[in-house]
Design a protein around this ligand. Sequence first.
Ligand SMILES: NC(=O)c1ccc[n+]([C@@H]2O[C@H](COP(=O)([O-])OP(=O)(O)OC[C@H]3O[C@@H](n4cnc5c(N)ncnc54)[C@H](O)[C@@H]3O)[C@@H](O)[C@H]2O)c1
Length: 272
Amino acid sequence: MAGAQDARTGKTRLRGTRVQGKKVFITGGAQGLGACFGRMLADEGAQVALTDVNLDGAEATAAAINEKHPGAAIALKHDVVSKDDWSRALEEAARRMDGISVLINNAGVGSFGTIETETWENWRRVQDIDVDSIFIGTQLAMPYLKDSQPASIINISSVAGMIADGMMLSYNTAKAAVWMMTKSIALHCARSGYDVRCNSVHPVFTRTPIIDPIVALGGGGEEGEKRLSRQIPMRRLGDPEDVGYCVVYLASDESRFVTASEFKIDGGITAQ
Ligand SMILES: NC(=O)c1ccc[n+]([C@@H]2O[C@H](COP(=O)([O-])OP(=O)(O)OC[C@H]3O[C@@H](n4cnc5c(N)ncnc54)[C@H](O)[C@@H]3O)[C@@H](O)[C@H]2O)c1
């Protein structure tokens, strides 16, 4: 078996088996959290399809994974607001991986704006990318997931879906909708007798390009990160791997009795 680097210790170890045989479809897989999920899931034995509007980025991430684990990753061009793109990407991923057993709805955009400054166009863009895409995509993915039971849907929401900020009107609203949509999907699947689970993950500020504008507001660089960290009881930002460990658990059969739940990866911020 190929050696894999442990995300936490940096040590090389044999490829893990926690999600061996899982076929994972990850939206927004070119960079940030999605790319990290792809790497960590492949390290634990999964096959991953990384989809993104940024095909070059998705291809680069897939190439790095395949260097460690040959054949473990594919990259697909996919805009999550397009129903046609969803149909095409799901069909191709299922054909090339021989099924889809895990769907990670991760693609998303951040946004600033108050009730007085937000524009209708930006509000619509955020709801389209962060919420409506999950409805469209999960509905289209259901037949594939039902064919590959036990299956798992993992929706990446945010602590911003649980605690509000006057500046984040559209984002707060979108991420709260993802939280509740998750529960409705989970209950439908459970009561229909499907072994298809659905859970949401709620990270706090985590070091990916999406937080660059917020870090910049605090002066940028280390100082900007330090300022942001002051809001978090554990006094640091998240690393993508902090969220990845939760995602690996939810993708695996270790979480086989877990559905309709929310997982806060937030250094304690929502407890205040
Ligand atoms: N990093 C954080 O602090 C944080 C905290 C809470 C929640 N989140 C959520 O995590 C998810 C991933 O964010 P990230 O931090 O990795 O951000 P990121 O900006 O680094 O990555 C987002 C990815 O989504 C892709 N994307 C954007 N619009 C798309 C579209 N229409 N179709 C397909 N792909 C699209 C981008 O190209 C990019 O590769 C998002 O849903 C975000 O809201 C992030």
